[in-house]
Design a protein around this ligand. Sequence first.
Ligand code: 1CP
Length: 346
Amino acid sequence: MQGEKTERVPIWIMRQAGRYLPEFHTIRKHHSFFEICRTPELACALTLQPIDRYGSLLDASIIFSDILVIPQALGLEVTMVEGRGPVFPEPLVTPSDMERLTKDVNVDEALGYVYKAITLTRHKLEGRVPLYGFIGAPWTLMAYMIEGGGSKTLSKAKTWLWKHPESTHDLLQRITDVAVTFLVGQVRAGAQMLQVFDSWAGELSPRDFKLFSLPYIQQIAVKVKQQLTEQGLEQVPMTIFAKGAWFALEDLVDIGYEVVSLDWTIDPEYARQVTKGKVVLQGNMDPSVLYGGENAIRETATRMVKGFGGQGHIGNLGHGVLPTVDPEALKVYLETVQNVSSEMNK
Ligand code: 1CP
């Protein structure tokens, strides 16, 4: 995380607690998704499932929650619909709808349930592995709040960028303010690392990413660090995952994050050249390779580890593990990354 020399590449997986695990469904069938998020004991139990299953093959845990808890804290209703994913019954349609958002959100109160889940999980982990907190980046959250859920084109959210640029910046700033307080609160509660998910970064052109995403994710890194110092809390490493934003790699290494997480559209060797050792790189195998059988997984994982060079690298996938993946296939990936990188560092 800090770029220190390690015996092997540490590894964790985005969405490691989730739908590909049968033990997840055992709990999920009795509770709604957001009920789990709001019940610290349940969120903790789900966070620990992959750690218990994979043991020393995983080097970090990530708190079970969702990026959409911020829109909820801002007063929007979000439900999880079977087979469809998250749905906002009343998304933002025009800028006047922003009046429906809660002003001066008391973040620590509204999202205190996440803090409780983090503190409980830290205790239950008993130091086995460190715990990540996370948020969704302002652009990605704005897009969900306007689209009302997942979308192929983001045409509604993009309409705002052109028709309502001022309201767009107001909205991005309001999300950013909540995000900063929330991340600091997660650290106060016990999170030892933070990741910012800009899942829809790659939907923007390079210019639009610079205008509508970069300034806000930069502000988040800078302000979180400032506030941690002001509040007498320890600094924690911060990771930015701007999915699809290969064009912004040079900018992403200079905005205050210690780790840049890559998807599979970027070659490890190329990323090393562009980033010049300024950050630790995370990622980045295509999650679909986990469907390709043991040989394909071993070969691709080996190429990836060698491409990154065995140091200054956190193993992960290039995006979340897919819901229909066989947990044993993920195990092959974890083992390969650990074994290959141990050999390289002998
Ligand atoms: O139906 C169910 O049971 C819910 C499935 C599910 C789960 C397990 C959702 C709905 N969210 C989660 C957990 C989750 N989401 C975690 C937990 C920690 C872990 O990684 O193990 C995290 C970090 C997230 C983050 C998240 N939620 C992102 C960013 C990462 C990414 O994949 O790009 C995004 C975009 C979301 C929104 C979301 N929540 C759930 C779904 C199905 C989606 C995507 C919807 C879409 O746009 O199609």
